[in-house]
Design a protein around this ligand. Structure first.
Ligand code: FAD
Length: 255
């Protein structure tokens, strides 16, 4: 179920420089939201197209999303204050698949890709979580993930906090010593490529959420088409409607 709704902003916090944690009120979206789905948000001003932002958490009539200011749309969104209204369409997209027989899941996220993984991690309850950031000043949500996972490992590309290096390498080191039967991931393309390779070399099923640029958000405009391979046949899928979550072997991760 998806719908357009004008929702009141009830919580707002800047959790790192230029990264805003918003909670809006919506009983319908909170009840319908699945892990990995997103909202399509009208940011106002002259930004005609809505901007996709993942649902970070949803319960009890409240929907939380966290975003980094990148361009005009997110800059306008960040100016909203508590009590203001935000026009959203959602929940949209095909989210993460949670399978009952998965016993040792890994969740791995990088940068703004960590946000759609929080509700998932809460639901899994026993995930080993890897979170990667550029440097110490960009580290967010560590305590929150820690509280809902078996273990959370944080790393930074420049070594200023936690594991020193790319977070996919930390995951690879962990996999040399530990079992895993499902990887869930979201983050920048180089990280997703590394995660896909590591998972496929080891035969571990891997779900990847793609944060492609998109237009309409509902499968009509093809702006977010990505190359996919299903049953050996190459074709294009729409990230907004067929994704954003795909199994790694279904997608070709081009630049
Ligand atoms: C399914 C999905 C879920 C997303 N979830 C989140 C989220 O939870 N939190 C969050 O901060 N961001 C998320 N994004 C990215 C977010 O949609 C973009 O950062 C936002 O649309 C940029 O809009 P803007 O008007 O501020 O910037 P624009 O003026 O449109 O662009 C500014 C800069 O951002 C880059 N950019 C634009 N779109 C994207 C994108 N999709 N990915 C990476 N870079 C982009 C542009 O190349 C440009 O350099 C998500 C994207 C998708 C597709």
């Amino acid at each position: 179920m998806k719908k357009q709704e004008v929702c009141k902003l009830i919580k707002k916090r800047e959790i790192a420089d230029g990264i805003f944690d918003f909670t809006i009120e919506s009983a319908d979206i909170a009840a319908a939201a699945q892990c990995g789905q997103f909202l399509h948000i009208a940011c106002g001003g002259y930004t005609f197209l809505r901007r996709p932002i993942s649902i970070c958490d949803a319960s009890n009539g409240e929907v939380r999303f966290i975003f980094e200011v990148k361009g005009e749309g997110t800059k306008l969104l960040a100016k909203k204050e508590i009590g203001d209204e935000i026009d959203v369409v959602g929940p949209l997209g095909h989210g993460f698949e949670i399978k009952g027989n998965v016993r040792k899941p890994i969740v791995i996220g990088g940068g703004i890709g960590v946000f759609p993984l929080y509700k998932l991690t809460k639901q899994l309850t026993n995930a080993t979580v890897f979170l990667g950031f550029r440097n110490k000043s960009r580290v967010v949500m560590e305590d929150e993930f820690d509280a809902v996972s078996s273990m959370t490992i944080v790393g930074t590309d420049d070594g200023s906090y936690g594991y020193n290096g790319y977070i996919a390498s930390a995951m690879e080191g962990y996999l040399n010593l530990n079992e895993c039967d499902m990887i869930y991931s979201c983050g920048p393309m180089p990280m997703l490529r590394a995660v896909k390779k590591i998972a496929e070399e080891r035969g571990i099923p891997c779900q990847i959420s793609l944060e492609q640029r998109m237009g309409c958000g509902i499968g009509a405009c093809l702006a977010c088409a990505c190359e996919t391979k299903k049953d050996g046949t190459e074709r294009y899928a729409k990230v907004c409607a067929n994704g954003p979550v795909f199994y790694s072997e279904e997608v070709t991760l081009n630049d």
